[in-house]
Design a protein around this ligand. Structure first.
Ligand SMILES: [Zn+2]
Length: 203
């Protein structure tokens, strides 16, 4: 069987999300091995820790299909980038997805910190301070809804910057990085970016 390409994988996870939104329990292996001892996930998701947004479930994917990296606000740091690099170079992952979501409490706190200068949640402050700094560097956002999308695109750019194997695989045409926003209210994803490409000179 020929492995699914990144664009084919993107179509399949969008189909999977439609099934999830409709309440179907059908799950797609996305071409991953059906042997439960094999670990070759074709898709990686960099998502938020939010309990309402379990990546494999909302994308209708079976166990074994999606490699998952999750921190509040899908914050990217060196270990997250290393985990994605491992998936890209060792496990055969070809599609990476930043999975943002509406009503994100981490982005909400970061946006408050960006606008007021004070972190609203001291427990989350070390993380939201970094997200707030990202909003500042990106030129800010008009409201918290816009901040969610701005933060999602920042995550994608941070992955490209910090994960050399992702960057090189995209340049070589072997991988794709997509950005999506999930709505807990509708259970549907919206594609913000089908394919994020490194800026010229990023290598
Ligand atoms: Zn969140």
């Amino acid at each position: 069987m020929t492995a699914l390409t990144a664009p084919q994988l993107l179509e399949r996870v969008l189909d999977g999300n439609r099934r999830w939104a409709e309440g179907s329990s059908e799950r797609d292996l996305l071409g991953a091995p059906s042997d439960p001892l094999e670990h070759q996930p074709p898709v990686a998701v960099i998502g938020c820790s939010d309990a309402r947004v379990p990546p494999a479930a909302v994308l209708g994917a079976a166990a074994g299909a999606i490699f998952t990296l999750r921190l509040p606000g899908h914050y990217v740091d060196i270990p997250v980038a290393a985990g994605l690099g491992f998936a890209m170079t060792t496990l055969g992952t070809r599609l990476a997805i930043v999975l943002a979501h509406e009503d994100c409490r981490a982005v909400d706190a970061a946006y408050t910190e960006y606008t007021t200068g004070a972190p609203p949640n001291l427990a989350l402050a070390p993380l939201t301070g970094s997200l707030a700094a990202g909003l500042y560097r990106a030129g800010g956002a008009a409201d918290v809804q816009e901040a969610i999308d701005v933060n999602a695109r920042i995550t994608a750019q941070n992955l490209i910057t910090q994960c050399a194997s992702l960057r090189q695989s995209i340049i070589d045409g072997n991988a794709q990085l997509a950005v999506m926003r999930y709505s807990p209210a509708t259970r549907r994803v919206t594609v913000l970016e089908e394919s994020v490409v490194p800026h010229a000179g990023a290598v």
